[in-house]
Design a protein around this ligand. Sequence first.
Ligand code: XLS
Ligand code: NI
Ligand code: NI
Length: 437
Amino acid sequence: MEYFKGIEKAVYKGKDSNDAFSFKHYNASETIGNKTMEEWMPFAMSWWHTLASGSSDPFGSAAATRPWNGKEPLEASKMRVEAGFELMQKLGINYFCFHDRDLAPECKSLKETNEKLDIIIGLIEESMNKTGKKLLWATSSLFTNPRYMHGAATSPYADVFAIASAQTKKTMDIAKKLNAKGYVFWGGREGYETLLNTDMKRELEHLAYFLSMAVEYKEKIGFKGQFFIEPKPKEPTKHQYDFDAATTLEFLYHYKLDKYFELNLEVNHATLAGHTMQHEMQVARNHNKLGSVDINYGDTFLGWDTDMFLTNIYDAVFMMIEVIKNGGLKNGGFNFDAKVRRPSHTMEDLVYSYIAGMDTLAWGLRIADKIIRDGFFDKFIEERYSSYNSGIGAKIESKSTSFEELFDYAINLEEKGLPSGNQEMLEAKLNQFIYNN
Ligand code: XLS
Ligand code: NI
Ligand code: NI
């Protein structure tokens, strides 16, 4: 059956095209710098937002018009596999990502759940072989089932920790079987609501032990994919332990897990943490930990994870600058952790939204490449720090001075006043790069 009826494979038609089903900027085989667009941006479809959720929210049931609505759950799961692969084909998206629980219905026992899951994994494997589509990363949903209400690896209850581990082991087996490029740990409910009932230190010890067992198991089964942690500061819990890039890195260093993990950063999570995505990406890049990106953005008027398809060109430019400077996302990709707005309920809307997101990033890539090749901002920054290139500055830079020497230097110093930061001039220049191209 055809799920996206009458929609052809989307092609690049250039920026003046009026065809909403075509790409205006994303031209997969076009070379930008030393890679094709497709190589710079390994796009991935998120199973949960695209196929599973159906646009339910806390105030209403699933509103999306989908061919599997009302079908028996396992039958609906099978239809989603077909629809997902058709969508990837039509969009020219090469990868997908899922939580175990997006794929198949959860049953009364773990055993029965796993049996149903295996049926769907079989179908996915067949479709992968047929189409050449690949699994960017898999993850376990350790937050949907009510048993995880107090956390999973940070639950105060040992049996819950055990079930979370069993579920993760199974999803890692699946990741290995499907040859996933990576595996994501997002601490869905690894956090707390109040310290009145929480032993934070103990919970963090448990979380670290859980991750170290995952590392051990990965080696045992020979799973070659990259492990990622996805930071998020809040939602669903009030305080999540993997708050942001810096907090997550500190946790990894503290528990000597840094060698095994990179970060999977999400735009809307950065905003919730009070950072820009560029800040998060630069923190990660400075530690050589910029692994993968969950691509979406948040509504500036709403304080939760709205997970919108990214259509903001400024965000795209800042992000792609980081990606180019990182030499690409070596082990990761751009996963559209994004959902259509609830009133955008049709199958066509799914296609429109992916095209909008892919095009925005592609446009951002073109501009970022021009900015970097031009060197205007890099030169400005270089010049701004040039007092560290000679004299006393060079001694500071090479860490070969002392408080005494700096005291003697400063005591007779005649302060000459400082240059401007020129922020507004720089912002106008950025606009010029964006709109004159
Ligand atoms: C939720 C997270 C989640 C992860 C995968 O906010 O973004 O979707 O990406 O569990
Ligand atoms: Ni995410
Ligand atoms: Ni999110």
